[in-house]
Design a protein around this ligand. Structure first.
Ligand code: ATP
Ligand code: MG
Length: 366
């Protein structure tokens, strides 16, 4: 799986530029604010039609441009694909693959990527939303239906939140509350099954990586956490639905009184433990980082198992955040597959990996 070349026009700080990547490791080098992350962002968009930095397409359009365009030649499973994404403020973005119109969720199944940025190093330390995002972005790429379900859930959540927030001014809003709650329970049940299966696989892949990484000292375990009344997240959807509804009914009054959505898959999390104890509570800074690295590298392995090819690995500014031992571990593990690494200083990364070096300055390749 790889991106062969990408042409950007009016995208972020790229007026007009075309970049060719090597199929192995690429080091994207440049000073701060030159467009390194913007380039990764454009590549990421080819895999899911969305940015990892903003939900608003208009922020992607270059200052002074009326629209932004990404045009890329990619290869996955022996198939060459030309992907084009055009973003025009006030309009829906246009996506085509080999000149055939597609929706963002239809991009999954083609090119995949795993993004790794400094925030991911705080995967263990941060609140649950970071870990939910990991589940959502990974499963969304692997299962086309998941991305649609997650988008539907987020719409229902926004609508139900608005009802709970505004019903005191407009009591008639409460008439539709139960309908929204039931629909959220139904979608939750489906999301829960996908997430439980994914976390199980992630745990199986991350365990051995972490053991190797920590020199056999630490045993990493991951456990999927969801609505407390769900007895078994692997049971049939209908059973999970009933369990989620039970929680919903028990919290109906509290939701109305507090004005907040208190039940559903939007509160899910992954419990991460090292040697049987919560890594978040008891882990050292170094142990938390190692665990985060193991989990991200495991994510890449799952894509390999699932699709038979490594996804494009996007390392945005992470290497500079790691000590020499961890840097080496990551670079040695990358092995096969295409990787794009951004950094301010090369620090011998290119030499160690035989990477192609691309220097970016002011939205241009030099
Ligand atoms: P760092 O090393 O600090 O991470 P970087 O090379 O990754 O830097 P980018 O995040 O890619 O930098 O951003 C480069 C520049 O793009 C910033 O200076 C920012 O002002 C500019 N930029 C962001 N959005 C737009 C836009 N819509 N139009 C034009 N320029 C933009
Ligand atoms: Mg950057």
């Amino acid at each position: 799986m790889k991106v062969e070349r990408i042409a950007l026009s009016g995208f972020r700080n790229y007026d007009q530029e075309c970049v060719e990547f090597s199929g192995a490791t690429n080091v994207i080098k440049g000073e701060n604010g030159q467009g390194k992350t913007n380039l990764l962002e454009a590549v990421y968009m080819l895999t899911c039609g969305r940015s990892f930095r903003t939900r608003l397409d208009r922020e992607l359009v270059g200052f002074g441009f009326s629209n932004a365009e990404i045009l890329a030649d990619t290869e996955s499973h022996g198939r060459e694909q030309t992907i084009k994404i055009v973003m025009t403020p006030g309009q829906r973005k246009q996506i085509t693959v080999n000149a055939v119109k597609k929706s963002a969720s239809e991009l999954s199944g083609g090119l995949n990527s795993v993004l790794f940025c400094p925030d991911d190093l705080d995967l263990v330390k941060e609140g649950a939303s970071v870990r939910r995002r990991l589940m959502d972005t990974a499963i969304g790429q692997l299962r086309p239906n998941y991305a649609k379900l997650a988008a539907e859930y987020s719409r229902l959540y926004d609508q139900k939140s608005a009802i709970l927030r505004d019903w005191r001014e407009k009591p008639s809003l409460l008439e539709t509350l139960d309908d929204f709650s039931a629909r959220m329970c139904a979608v939750s049940a489906r999301l829960i099954r996908y997430r439980a299966a994914f976390v199980k696989r992630l745990a199986a892949a991350a365990g051995p990586i972490h053991r190797e990484f920590s020199g056999g000292a630490d045993e990493l375990e991951l456990q999927y956490l969801t609505v407390s009344t769900v007895r078994d997240p692997f049971s049939p959807e209908r059973e999970i639905f009933y369990d989620v509804c039970e929680h919903q009914e028990a919290h109906r009054r509290a939701e109305i009184e507090s004005g907040q959505c208190l039940t559903g898959a939007h509160k899910d999390d992954i419990a991460i433990s090292i040697n049987g104890r919560s890594a978040r509570t008891f882990g050292s800074q170094g142990q938390k980082r190692t665990a985060a690295l193991s989990i991200k590298l495991a994510e890449r392995e799952i894509f390999l198992q699932e699709t038979g090819e490594y996804p494009v690995l996007l390392l945005d500014d992470v290497l500079s955040e790691l000590d020499a031992k961890r840097q080496d571990y990551v670079l040695n593990r990358i092995g096969a597959g295409q990787t794009l690494i951004t950094c301010c200083e090369d620090d011998g990364i290119a030499k160690r990996t035989g990477a192609r070096v691309l220097t970016i300055s002011g939205g241009r390749l030099i």
